[in-house]
Write a protein that binds this ligand. Structure first.
Ligand SMILES: [Zn+2]
Length: 172
């Protein structure tokens, strides 16, 4: 995952893009993506013995990450205590060094989240100006809405508001 993709993944979690985890396969896909993001072995996002459900991912990953990002955006900073963390760093001749986290990865969430925020293009971070949306996204310098749908909806709303004002004046 590139730094930009990693940051986008964080924003997807914050935006609730994965809310409907009851759709078949989606839970597994998200668990796998979380493992990639945290750099933990496959199958560890929901360790054996822990209920394999949307609520587990929500409580364990989505909610904490969303809370940290919202605090960061509202207050400009957040602080966390990291729990015990165990890394396995491996190397064999001629191969790149790789590392993985071992055990329940609560500390890795904060570690990898902080790294993703530092390495990713946070200067591109925008919040969609359409009030009912408010989605976080990486945008171009003067971009105001997350996508064309929001941009069009906002334009239509403004057009209707202008028309309403116009008819009031006429009726007065
Ligand atoms: Zn939007």
């Amino acid at each position: 995952m590139s730094p930009e993709k990693r940051l986008e993944f964080v924003l997807d979690l914050v935006n609730g893009k994965f809310d409907d985890l009851r759709v078949p396969g989606r839970l597994d896909t998200l668990a796998y993506e979380i493992e990639q993001f945290l750099r933990i072995p496959q199958g560890q996002a929901i360790p054996p013995g822990v209920e394999r459900s949307a609520a587990t991912l929500q409580r364990g990953y989505i909610d904490p990450i969303r809370a940290r990002i919202m605090t960061l955006l509202d207050k400009g900073e957040y602080e966390v205590d990291l729990e015990k963390i165990r890394l396995r760093v491996s190397h064999s001749t001629g191969q790149p060094v790789s590392w993985t986290g071992i055990g329940y990865p609560s500390a890795l969430i904060d570690w990898q989240l902080a790294a993703a925020l530092q390495d990713g293009p946070m200067h591109k971070l925008r919040r969609c100006e359409r009030v009912v949306c408010g989605k976080l996204y990486l945008g171009r310098p003067k971009q105001r809405f997350c996508d064309l749908k929001c941009s069009n909806a906002e334009q239509q709303a403004r057009y209707r508001a202008r028309q309403r004002r116009g008819s009031k004046v006429k009726g007065a």
